[in-house]
Design a protein around this ligand. Structure first.
Ligand SMILES: [Zn+2]
Length: 216
């Protein structure tokens, strides 16, 4: 285990446990990964987040399959690998079943650009059609949902968020949950949000970049 990977493993565990403590990955759902010299490191299948140890994380090549022996990676390793293969700027991936965003994803609705914080996701958040967990179909669908964005809702499933660091991917996932809650509140009240235009969103994206909001 290289010292670089030791830091990566600790970073993944910290983020996974924060998501768990915040209730964003109920019942061992979700998974977290980051790029590594060998491809990417990902949380394992079936280990409760509070019990995660560095050696439980699994390193996989970006284009490849898990070894037959040793700890099993999360069932969503294909989706993580496909994102690292397709998106050179992505250093970390966070997948959650966070309650409000998942509720919205079960209606097939994405999140429109009603609040400037959606700039963290790179713009409005799509919702992909349903695909079975762990499949290449889900991986392809996630990539389409993520086109030009840092997050997408996965239909009848949950959320995937990406970033230039673990912290950034985590922030995006947390904000998607927050915005989904706001959107559900508006829908529950029978209200429709006023939307921000593309020019304003672009302005906010640039301001976030200036303030380093997207690289922490
Ligand atoms: Zn999932």
């Amino acid at each position: 285990m290289s010292s670089g990977n030791a830091a990566r493993r600790a970073g993944i565990i910290a983020i996974a446990q924060e998501l768990d403590a915040a209730g964003l990955v109920p019942n061992k759902s979700g998974n977290v990964s980051c790029r590594s010299p060998g491809g990417f490191l990902i949380t394992p299948a079936g280990v409760p987040y509070r019990e995660l140890a560095p050696a439980d994380l699994v390193e996989l090549p970006v284009h490849g399959s898990p070894a037959a022996e040793g700890p099993r990676p999360s069932s969503e390793w294909r989706m993580h690998g496909a994102i690292y293969a397709a998106r050179a700027e992505v250093e970390a991936v966070v997948h959650t079943h966070s309650p409000q965003a998942t509720a919205l994803a079960c209606t097939g609705r994405g999140i429109p650009a009603f609040h400037y914080m959606i700039a963290l996701a790179g713009g409005d958040v799509r919702c992909t059609p349903y695909a079975t967990f762990g499949t290449a179909e889900l991986a392809d669908s996630a990539l389409r949902g993520l086109a030009g964005r840092r997050a997408t809702l996965l239909g009848n499933h949950g959320v995937i968020a990406v970033g230039a660091s673990l912290r950034e991917a985590h922030s995006v996932a947390v904000e998607v949950e927050n915005l989904a809650g706001q959107y559900l509140a508006m829908l529950a009240a029978g209200l429709e949000p006023l939307l921000l235009g593309d020019a304003e969103l672009q302005r906010v994206i640039e301001k976030f970049a200036d303030y380093g909001r997207l690289t922490r």
